[in-house]
Design a protein around this ligand. Structure first.
Ligand code: CO
Length: 136
């Protein structure tokens, strides 16, 4: 069987407290912190933990009225999204648009560690919020 070429770049998990969650994952699995940054325009602070073959992205909302803040008021701490790395994010967005997938980001925006990212609507991706990312 021919495999598709979408490597999982990271799995996003919504958390309430970054410091606590970083420490918890370190205690449970020994995951090391790879980087941590505030994405102010997205209303989140993120921490990437290296699991060995992918990353875990812990996300905490910067305010309760942000998109993630509202999400967490309903869902609490939970699995949030899956991110696939792509080589040409504009071409992928065009392709998904052609398939009738609703794009939460019509054009890519800045993501963590200098990536460009875009989200696809979970209703069109099997109920899973899906992120695409491209690295320079
Ligand atoms: Co992400």
């Amino acid at each position: 069987m021919k495999r598709a070429h979408y490597a999982v770049d990271h799995i996003g998990v919504a958390v309430l407290d970054l410091d606590q969650s970083i420490a918890h994952y370190k205690e449970l699995f020994g995951f090391e912190l790879y980087n941590r940054e505030k994405l102010v325009s997205a209303g989140v602070e993120v921490a990437f933990l290296d699991t060995g073959n992918t990353f875990l992205e812990l996300l905490v909302p910067l305010s309760s009225d942000s998109t993630l803040g509202k999400y967490m008021q309903q869902r609490g701490e939970s699995l949030h999204h899956v991110c696939y790395e792509v080589n040409d994010i504009e071409r992928e967005l065009e392709r998904f648009r052609g398939l009738g997938v609703r794009l939460l980001d019509e054009i890519p925006r800045p993501g963590a560690h200098h990536s460009r990212i875009a989200f696809l609507h979970p209703k069109d991706t099997g109920g899973v919020l899906t992120e695409l990312c491209e690295y320079p």
